[in-house]
Design a protein around this ligand. Sequence first.
Ligand code: BGC
Length: 520
Amino acid sequence: MSTRGTIKNGLRKRLAAVSALAMGAALAVAVPATPASAAATARVDNPYVGATAYVNPDWSAKAAAEPGGAAIANTPAFVWMDRIAAITGSSEARGLRAHLDTALAQGANLFQVVIYDLPGRDCAALASNGELGPTELGRYESEYIDPIADILADPAYASLRIVTIIEPDSLPNIVTNAGGTAGSTDACATMKANGNYEKGVGYALHTLGAIPNVYNYIDAAHHGWLGWDSNMSPAAAEFKKAATSEGATVNDVAGFIVNTANYSALKEPNFKVTDSVNGTTVRQSKWVDWNYYVDELSFAQALRTLLVSQGFNSNIGMLIDTARNGWGGSARPTAAGPTTSVDAYVDGGRVDRRIHAGNWCNQSGAGIGERPTAAPEAGIDAYVWAKPPGESDGNSAPVANDEGKGFDRMCDPTYTGNGRNGNSMTGALPNSPLAGHWFSAQFQELVRNAYPPITGGGTGTDTTAPSAPTGLTSSAKTSSSVSLSWTASTDNTAVTGYDIFRAGVKVGSSTTTSYTDTGL
Ligand code: BGC
């Protein structure tokens, strides 16, 4: 308790100093200009507008080392504080301060961090069970949230807009998995009964929300979890309850994020939830299963409206994690399926190729989604990369570890499922490492199946020769060019253009008999 008091007092003093500086600058013209790094910036409506986000060099190096990875290695993604030790870091992983210092050195003005260490974490699954037991709320507050707040409140970082994601999956688990449903677990029932998810979230919102340049976004699962009315309304009430506990208020909430670390498609372009086939609505298809939403964009926008009606501020914005919901590649449908049945129509047209929308671990066939974009649609603050592509969701077989991570069979491609995924196969990739560890095969698959496709893969270091398109003959290749020939009588006479791939990644297209990658 005393440590907690000390840290919080330190934080309060620093905050007081920052606002005194800001007021001084505003009231007295004669006061020397406040250095940019120490200036307290007033919160803006959408922190992503006009922002340059921090690129984590540690993730970037891993991505760049993979075939095809160079083209996306400079993409900003969230840094995860997934255990107490992540705050200080180690010889292998940069700590929070080191990340923030690197962000300043990069000239960034936006920093994104996931707050992920609640007591009894990941109660409906095992792969990301954490270090704190169900009753360790005190440690969460004093050893995790307070030290993070202490660092984020350092005036050295006042020029950064700091976006937080608050505790993925936690409150949604209280809504749907804490008793009375097929997906319920004892662990979630415990967390509902002791209230420590709500108290932890409230404490995090209140403590981090006291820092003027922090923007808190609460995790709100995804459409395939909360998209039914019977889940969505209780979820909104649960968010409100947590956001007004432990001293937090709705003013501590900048918005919500959907699809964190999940694979739900941003948009299903080939059918609408209001379509019907031979008099049967799409909602009755096996895939949609009476859900009111078929994709993340429509879900996020509707949830935002509901949350405002429940008392959250009218200017809240939504984030959508688009790191791994691209669903491109050759299996991507371009039209709805046949109208022989509603299932044929939906299954033939859906871009989300999962076996079941409840599958969440290292999904086979998934691709990188939209690159981070500010204010892409009404009500959406940004498309972001919350889960850094290439980091595993969980291990496909038991692995001894000291990270508190269990073996969840949803990560095992041979498992036949449970109530939460309609007793389907899991669709998980084989041979995956522990959650958060680098999974090279998955990264490469995500790059191959990116949507929008990744183009311009040249980096100056990628010396893989471009490959000749199928059916065409290459007479000469260098590391950056390929010459092609074809015979109209035996090859496809309709060839008028073709795509060029380098290590499985589309780098461009051509309509002539030669191609040079100008991206090199
Ligand atoms: C893991 C964390 C990891 C995060 C980002 C989570 O599933 O439990 O350890 O930091 O994913 O990859």
